[in-house]
Ligand binder design. Sequence first.
Ligand code: HEM
Length: 420
Amino acid sequence: MNTQNQNISDKAIFSLFSGDNSEIVANPFGLLAQMRSTSAVMPLPFPIAGADRRAWMITRMQEAVQMLKDQAHFTVDPSSIGVEGLFGRNSAEADDTPTFFTSKTMLTVDEPDHRRLRLLVSKAFTPKYIESLRPQVQQIADELLDRVQDQGQMDLVADYAFPLPINVISEMLGVPHADRDQIRGWSEALAHGLGVGKRDPGVQANMRAFGEYVAHLVAEKRQRPADDLISQMIAIEEEGDRLSETELLSTITLLIFAGHETTSNLIATGTFMLLEHPDQLEQLKADLSLVPSAVEELLRFNGPATIAGPRFAIEDIELAGQSVKKGDVLFAVLASANRDEAQFTEPEELDIARTLNRHIAFGQGIHTCLGAPLARLEGDIAFSTLLRRIPNLHLSVPRESVIWNFSLNSRSLAALPVAF
Ligand code: HEM
């Protein structure tokens, strides 16, 4: 059973988790298809959580959904079953990192703590409330394009895809304008500094700086509350026992971190995919009412999150014929499930008008992305505004020279030079 990695080299699979092969980082889909056809649940050929525990990749939709929804057998919190997390670490980092940065968030705890933490901020993420932000998001998108429209060229990542989501989440949380570049620097360093066998030297310092900044921001808001999400959360914390200080800080850090890197990837990678599929781009430009459907398809086809966060088996369990042992680590490979032949017709084709599109780019189960309605709104506005205002957008470098960055659970474009 365990030697069924057949023709797929261990090295190629290692690259999926380490980012050491630029061709696989740029296009992992051939490898993912091979994995999918080999097995729904594949063992990783190298240890990731200590020598005595296996790690598994879930490559197909049905099994990925089953695993992500099954709270009785899988946990996001290894300490709850007495095992260490990835790389032999528990959720708390090395001693000199402020504990709140890596302490538990809704993403890393099970029920009932998960529900309590998620409910505290969920009102700010309902589709109805998010829709009310449309004019603000539109204004941010327009201002960014105003700056470059006359230049005839831009780096779509630096000038548009990156600043848009960071400005939106900063507006919601009440992060001052002057601090936003700094936040971007920290979170980029963190997002790209970690991988299997890779830990950039600056990561620790960046975590510390980011953590200290959030603590400082909260202290400021305590003094001068405003009409923003951080002030609302402080009020809840001060009210009683629903939210601890540490949880407050780690939730804010999570929202900043989860809220912009992923969405900027959707905008940048999505634009690149459209430029690579001129027929689809033309169809979209001709009918911008297709943008919401195109956003879903871009999420499915090359979404920002390659894998969901690790799950840990609570007890021995059989999954798709594999014997998973208590403490084993499981990764749902979202990018693979989203191209599952059993789920989608012509899964390797980009079809912006696809009607049946039940992708899991936002995950599945209780940890399904809280920010999905916001990401969808931002995607809708980002693509509509870009294509309406700059319809003759094209790449200004050969496509081979577009560089991808790797991070543990996602891939992003380093830059996307375009002209118009
Ligand atoms: C296109 C953009 C986005 C993508 C592809 C994405 C993807 C994901 C995925 C796959 C998960 C589940 C991870 C897992 O189960 O291990 C997740 C969870 C989460 N996301 Fe997003 N996300 C995006 C945007 C956002 C935004 C804009 C925010 C907030 C401002 C956000 C906040 C969160 C939070 C708080 C969770 C944890 C939810 C929970 O544990 O209950 N995300 N996201």
